[in-house]
Design a protein around this ligand. Structure first.
Ligand code: NAD
Length: 323
């Protein structure tokens, strides 16, 4: 039986990965600074601990473990990442999680380690148009991410690749592009655009209006969680060890995402554009490399993922109202 450690298992993607690995027959240990908010995880072992503490990391990484999935990070949507208020915490916390985990993994001769990087590593200078043709992996340098979150991700990509070169540990790195779905943060300030949109629409009466940061013309692509997990598993099973995009190439404006969400809810909703933190003007995944290396790329439509996500968030909203 293969043994895996999932770091950040109390979070959105980590929680889904625990379920997937258990379904595949793995023995799984999860670790996170908190329990999972929305789900009772089927992990064989779950440790509540802070990965910035090397003693905690030493206690959860076993000698010769087969795989580690490192998802732990200080993380949020534009309202968290782009205000500047959390920059030091984001860099300090996430970098220490990565420094400690990769060091312990190399020391204990872990078979393979996955690192979750982000589309936020790409230079802001190539994301100034809403009509973005897609961010190829090779566009990462010369580097100029638009946030400290992105700089930390880029540093940590290099950290894992350096450990691969110097200590021979097998590393897999994916650059996620806006992952969304059920059991992700949907309120409280760390939620990202699809979840925020679902919550606002669910909380608003038919005929009402919702607030949106900026003019709503900014574009993004969003990837449903099941396809993200599938991509990570395929990458782990492959022998490809350079960073690769895991994202959808179905780009949409935030205005159209709102219209889609309202349509799913069966409501007529108008948009009230207000100033707020925004990020880059246009961002899309470019999937030539993943198709070439994994013979696979995400294909589910945004609409289908948004329907499942809206239903889950609308249910959370009505439970919150009842309690
Ligand atoms: P999440 O916030 O739901 O999960 C991250 C988890 O890490 C949280 O449960 C948090 O408690 C945990 N964590 C933070 N600091 C910790 C510490 N010091 N010790 C132990 N646990 C700690 O975020 P997510 O959406 O599941 O993202 C998972 C990973 O994927 C992150 O590294 C994130 O940067 C990356 N990523 C996510 C997206 C996305 O759209 N969700 C996009 C690009 C990259």
């Amino acid at each position: 039986m293969k043994k895996a450690l999932v770091c950040g298992a109390g979070g959105f993607i980590g929680g889904h990965m625990v379920k997937r690995l258990k379904a595949e027959g793995y023995w799984v240990r999860g670790v996170d600074i908190k329990e999972h908010e929305f789900s009772t995880l089927p992990a064989d072992d779950f440790v509540v601990g802070d990965l910035t503490d090397p003693r905690v990391v030493a206690s959860v990484v076993d000698e010769g473990m087969d795989e580690i999935y490192q998802f732990a990070a200080d993380m949020g949507g534009a309202g968290y990442i782009f205000t500047g208020e959390h920059d030091a915490a984001v860099m300090h916390n996430s970098a220490l999680c990565n420094l400690n985990t990769v060091e312990e993994a190399a020391r204990k001769k872990v078979g393979k380690i996955f690192y979750s990087s982000s589309a936020c590593i790409y230079p802001e200078t190539i994301q100034v148009d809403t009509d973005n043709p897609g961010l190829e992996e090779g566009f990462a340098y010369p580097a100029q991410p638009d946030s400290e979150y992105g700089w930390e991700k880029l540093f940590s990509e290099r950290l894992y690749l350096a450990y691969q070169r110097n200590y021979g540990i097998a590393v897999r790195v994916a650059r996620f592009h806006n992952i969304f779905g059920p059991e992700g943060t949907w309120c409280g300030g760390k939620e990202k655009a699809p979840a925020a949109m679902c919550r606002k629409v669910a909380e608003t009466e038919d005929g009402g209006s919702i607030e949106m940061w900026g003019d709503g013309e900014q574009t993004r692509s969003f990837l449903y969680i099941d396809e993200c997990i599938e991509g990570v598993r395929k990458l782990m099973e492959s022998d490809f060890s350079d960073p690769v995009n895991i994202g959808s190439d179905e780009m949409i404006s935030i205005n159209d995402l709102a219209i889609m969400t309202a349509d799913i809810a069966g409501k007529k909703i108008s948009l009230n554009h207000i100033p707020g933190p925004l990020g880059v003007r246009g961002r899309n995944s470019e999937n030539t490399l993943i198709k070439a290396k994994l013979n696979w790329a995400p294909s589910e439509t945004l609409r289908s993922g948004m329907e499942k996500t809206y239903n889950w968030i609308a249910d959370q909203v009505s439970r919150a109202v009842e309690s």
